[in-house]
Design a protein around this ligand. Structure first.
Ligand code: URA
Length: 222
């Protein structure tokens, strides 16, 4: 199966039946490399801080914090909102239904899950999957900022309103944030906003727009 056929298959798995082909350069699959000792220990201490965090009331309901997963030197960083029930149970991000769709989205642009890094704005599950509260985001964001500083991604994909607004420090709605290349903080790291996979499961008609967002990101990452 060639790259184009593979992409077609993955798009079908995403629930997109047909699409107009554009010529994309193949993604460079650089294997995750061993990190220098000092970086490994910074990652270790950051993870310990997250795992023992008691800074907000979410610690009382969680089974465990969900730190993040993937290649710590990844070029692509995907950021979601907060763990759901499955993530809380397993301690890993995006392992439920939304995670399966995220996997299909990743494959559609040529990545296995372990070739990118996946993290959330909130590291602990809000009870009943309610929206994150402002104070929770404020307390938790420094962990994500620290992860970004360590990963040094070449591009960030913010999935959903909470990730987009938190990373871009804006209150603009996702409809106005999609379709443009933003930059993370004062850096030159491009940031592309797309819909959250859980929203795409509820509104499959929007998957086509999410695919356009991924193409925009691929174009930007060249
Ligand atoms: N939704 C998210 O935003 N993050 C997860 O890890 C799972 C579902």
């Amino acid at each position: 199966m060639n790259l184009s056929q593979r992409r077609q298959l993955y798009l079908q798995r995403m629930g997109i039946q047909s699409w107009s082909e554009r010529h994309l350069s193949p993604v460079d699959h650089t294997e995750g490399q061993r990190l220098p000792q000092s970086e490994e220990s910074e990652w270790g201490s950051l993870e310990n801080q997250v795992l023992s965090c008691l800074q907000c009331p979410l610690n009382t309901n969680r089974k465990q914090p969900v730190f993040g997963v993937g290649d710590k030197s990844a070029d692509w960083l995907f950021v979601g909102e907060a763990p759901g029930a499955e993530e809380d149970r397993l301690g890993l991000p995006f392992v439920g239904r939304a995670g399966k769709l995220l996997d299909a989205m990743l494959l559609a642009i040529g990545f296995e899950r372990n070739e990118v890094y996946i993290a959330n704005v909130l590291k602990c599950r809000p009870p009943g999957n309610r929206d994150p509260m402002g104070e929770e985001v404020t307390r938790c964001l420094p962990f994500l900022f620290h992860q970004i500083a360590l990963i040094k991604p070449k591009i960030i994909i913010a999935m959903g309103r909470f990730a987009a607004q938190a990373l871009l420090e804006t209150n603009l709605p996702i409809s106005q944030l999609r379709g443009h290349v933003h930059h993370y903080g004062d850096s030159s790291v491009p940031l592309v906003v797309t819909y959250h996979p859980a929203y795409l499961l509820r509104s499959p008609g929007e998957k086509r727009k999410a695919w356009q967002d991924l193409l925009l990101a691929l174009e930007e990452s060249k």
